[in-house]
Design a protein around this ligand. Structure first.
Ligand code: GDP
Ligand code: CA
Length: 321
C-alpha cells in the first residue's frame, strides 16, 4: 500500500534544528526527511567531523547528551586527553564514542563513498527512523570574518567562544557545491517544508547556498513554514542575535521574517512577540503566533504537531491535518 503519510522536509542546523527534528520525528502520521547543515564540518586530528549532522543523528538516535544538547551521553574524553598530551590542540571537544563515528566516516570518505550515503547509513545503524539528508556531497565550509581576519566556523564558535564581532560570513566551496539528488527529490515531493528555528546565517544560509537549492525550494509546491529562533529579541542559545545585529539585520522575530520573506510562506513567532504580527504580515508572510520555546519532549511534539496542522495543505494532500 502506498505511504499515505504527509511528507515533511525540515531544513535544520544543530541544536535548534535537532529540537524541531525530534518533535517531527515523534509524529507517527508524517514521513520526515531532514536536510542538515554540513558547513560546520571540519577536519580534526585527520578525521572528518560533521557537528550539526551528528547533533541531529545523536538526538534522533536518543544518544544525545541532553544537558548540553550536543555530543554523546555518557561520554569520556580519554582519546582527546592523549592528543593534548602529545601537544595537539584540543579546544574542539571530541568524546571517545564520538571519535568512533568520526573514524568510521573518515574511512568511508577515503574509500570514495558519498558523504550523504555515509550519513544515511550511520542514521540507519543507530536506529533513526527519519531520513537524514545532506544538502551536498561536496565540501562546503562556513568562514567568519572578525577583527583579526577570516577564520573557520569552529575556530570562531568553539575556540573563540563566539566572542569576536562578526564582520562577514562566507561559504567556502558554495560556487561548486552541487545539491544531492536525494535532497532535491525530497523537496520536490514534499507536502510541507519547515525551516527549523536554527541560526539563519550559519545553519540555514549554507544549505540555501548550495547550487540549485534555493530554486528547488522556490519551485516546490509545498507550503514553507519557518519557526523563529529568536524570542523576545534574544536567542535561546548561541550567537544568532549578535551575528544578525552586527551584520545590520534586526535581531528580532521580525528580522528573521524579513530574512526569510522571499522563501517562506509563513513564520511561527512566539507569543511574547505577538506585537510584531502586523509588521510580519506586511512583509507578505502569514504570521502564526504560538509558544515556540521547546524545553522538553512534550514541547517539541506539541510545536511539531501545531506546525504540521497549520500548514493548511490543499485538500488533496491533507494526509497530515
Ligand atoms: P547550532 O548549529 O547547534 O548552533 O544550532 P542551530 O543553528 O540549529 O540552532 C541555534 C538556534 O536555535 C539559536 O538561534 C537558538 O535561539 C535556537 N533555539 C534553540 N532552542 C530553541 C527553542 O526551544 N525554540 C526556538 N524557537 N529556538 C530555539
Ligand atoms: Ca551548527
Amino acid at each position: 500500500m502506498a505511504d499515505e503519510r504527509c511528507k515533511v522536509v525540515l531544513l535544520a542546523g544543530g541544536v535548534g534544528g535537532a529540537k524541531m527534528a525530534e518533535g517531527l520525528d515523534g509524529l507517527d502520521d508524517i514521513d520526515l526527511a531532514i536536510i542538515g547543515n554540513v558547513a560546520d564540518d571540519a577536519e580534526f586530528h585527520g578525521l572528518w567531523v560533521s557537528p550539526d549532522i551528528d547533533t541531529v543523528t545523536y538526538t534522533l538516535a536518543e544518544r544525545i547528551d541532553r544537558k548540553q544538547g550536543w555530543g554523546v551521553a555518557d561520554e569520556s574524553h580519554r582519546a582527546l586527553s592523549v592528543l593534548a598530551e602529545l601537544g595537539k590542540d584540543a579546544w574542539m571537544s571530541l568524546g571517545d564514542r564520538d571519535f568512533g563515528l568520526h573514524i568510521y566516516r573518515t574511512e568511508r570518505i577515503r574509500n570514495g563513498d558519498r558523504r550523504s550515503e555515509i550519513a544515511a547509513d550511520v542514521a540507519k545503524a543507530f536506529g533513526v527512523k527519519s531520513r537524514i539528508l545532506l544538502p551536498t556531497d561536496d565540501i562546503l565550509q562556513t568562514q567568519i570574518k572578525t577583527d583579526p581576519g577570516w577564520m573557520s566556523f569552529q575556530e570562531y564558535f568553539v575556540r573563540e567562544a563566539c566572542r569576536p564581532d562578526v564582520q562577514d560570513i562566507r561559504f567556502e566551496g558554495a560556487e561548486k557545491a552541487q545539491a544531492t539528488p536525494e535532497a532535491l527529490a525530497a523537496i520536490a515531493e514534499a507536502d510541507l517544508i519547515v525551516i527549523a528555528p536554527s541560526n539563519p546565517l550559519v545553519s540555514i544560509a549554507p544549505i540555501l547556498s548550495v547550487i540549485g537549492m534555493k530554486q528547488a525550494l522556490q519551485a516546490a509546491a509545498a507550503p514553507k513554514i519557518a519557526v523563529s529562533p529568536i524570542i523576545a529579541g534574544k536567542v535561546v542559545k548561541g550567537p544568532a542575535d549578535r551575528m544578525m545585529a552586527s551584520l545590520g539585520l534586526e535581531a528580532t522575530a521580525l528580522g528573521v521574517a524579513r530574512h526569510y520573506a522571499d522563501l517562506a510562506d509563513a513564520i511561527v513567532i512566539d507569543r511574547q512577540d505577538a506585537a510584531l504580527e502586523a509588521s510580519v504580515e506586511a512583509l507578505g508572510l502569514r504570521c502564526i503566533v504560538d509558544d515556540i520555546l521547546m524545553k522538553n519532549r512534550e514541547d517539541k511534539l506539541r510545536l511539531a504537531r501545531f506546525v504540521v496542522d497549520c500548514a493548511a495543505l490543499p485538500a488533496s494532500r491533507r494526509a497530515c491535518a
